[in-house]
Ligand binder design. Structure first.
Ligand code: KG4
Ligand code: ZN
Length: 382
């Protein structure tokens, strides 16, 4: 249906991402060069409820999708006629939120007679780190850690003739790492999402103040077997969440957390600096120790997987990959091992549409287009 002449010299893909609480559109050339990256965040709206409210997310996407796409094309100085494909997140994510992006992308592709490409959100995250990787390392055996609010997964990634292939070799058995950051922050009375709050306050705390033992973030005797190694790298973050709750109770920190929660409810635009004045050394120590424990667990298990699978290249991506301490620790360990390491560029760790357009590019080249009956896949696996 879509002849290859549409590709003549034109490598611009329009990406659309609406899987959770960001309405995003981007234009990317050659799967690498970000020409425009527009994100309308709903964070402020959902922050009032302390988490993403699915119905509100869908409604906000509906409101934002058209202006966000228009803005992306405008900033890229291009038009729908001049792009070669429309790419959209198929899943995983919130059904209603995904529907908005898919319906809009389908309509655009149909109206402009461009191919439509479906992208797995997790594959998108992997490509946000690949975009930043040196092209010279392209053939290296690759391990990817995806750490976000909804996911903590390890994948072996391979660039084959038919496009990228992924093998899941690790996952969380309960909460995702970002979810743990969000829950710990909520218990401490900090803002939503919690990752950025914990991370900025942790700078001022002693990471060894609370000795969260690694058994609390370790798996509970599961995942022994699996000759393919698929079950060997299991994460668990619900234990440390419980440990934070217990610590707060045992050390009479519940009231001061509640005070912070009220302060931020009264002033949703509070800065981390202002929040700092509402935190004593004990609260800062808890934030720093929590971050330390989670980061060290992610680093340790991921490096074990690097050794196990003899990968020469590591990608660390997803919202939690914005964490500076995580980046620092992975960088130190990778340097010590001569391992090639890439993180997403600034602003591309958390959800965005540039990663969707980037992941779509190899699919465009291999003619891997979406069927007309493409629909939302809330539990899509990679
Ligand atoms: O990738 P993302 O935007 O959405 C999902 O696909 O889930 O990730 C959002 C998650 C949230 O849990 C947020 O708290 C976390 O990423 N996050 C961070 C940081 N920035 C965002 N976690 C730790 N440190 C950060 N600096
Ligand atoms: Zn994401």
């Amino acid at each position: 249906m879509h002849s290859s002449h549409q590709y003549a010299g034109n490598s611009l893909v329009l990406g659309i991402e609406t899987s959770c609480d960001e309405t995003a559109a981007a234009v990317v050339a050659d799967g690498r060069d970000v020409r425009a990256n527009v994100i309308a965040s709903q964070v402020a709206t959902h922050a009032l409820y302390g988490g993403v409210v699915p119905e509100i997310a869908s409604r906000e996407h509906l409101r934002q999708i058209a202006p966000v796409v228009r803005e992306a094309l405008l900033r890229a100085d291009t038009t729908l006629d001049d792009i070669c494909a429309v790419a959209v997140t198929e899943g995983p994510g919130l059904a209603g939120a995904l529907f908005v992006g898919i319906a809009y992308a389908k309509a655009l592709a149909f109206a402009a007679n461009k191919p439509l490409i479906a992208v797995n959100h997790l594959e998108g995250h992997i490509h946000s780190a690949l975009m930043a990787a040196e092209e010279t390392t392209a053939a290296a055996a690759t391990l990817a850690l995806v750490v976000s609010g909804g996911h903590t997964h390890l994948y072996l990634a391979e660039d084959g003739d038919a496009g990228w292939r992924y093998k899941n070799v690790g996952r969380t058995v309960d909460d995702a790492a970002g979810e743990a950051f969000d829950k710990a922050a909520k218990m401490l009375g900090l803002g939503y999402p919690g990752g950025p709050w914990i991370s900025s306050l942790a700078e001022h705390g002693n990471p060894r103040a609370v000795p969260f033992s690694f058994t609390q973030v370790k798996t509970k005797g599961r995942g022994r077997g699996g000759s393919d190694g698929a079950n060997d790298f299991l994460f668990s973050f619900s234990g440390i969440k419980t440990a934070v709750a217990r610590y707060l109770e045992l050390h009479d920190m519940v009231a001061s957390s509640e005070k912070r929660r009220r302060a931020i409810a009264d002033n949703p635009n509070m800065t981390p600096e202002q929040m700092l004045s509402l935190c004593n050394a004990q609260a800062l120590g808890l934030a720093a120790s929590f971050q330390h424990a989670v980061v060290e667990d992610l680093v340790r298990k991921t490096l074990r997987a690097v050794e196990r699978f003899h990968t020469r290249r590591l990608l660390v991506t997803g919202g939690v990959a914005a964490n500076l301490q995580l980046r620092k620790r992975f960088s130190q360990e990778a340097a010590a091992r001569g391992l090639s390491l890439s993180f997403p560029a600034a602003g591309l760790s958390t959800d965005n549409a540039a990663m969707i357009a980037a992941a779509a590019w190899p699919k465009f080249l291999t003619g891997n287009f979406a069927a007309p009956e493409l629909t939302a896949q809330p539990s899509l696996k990679l």
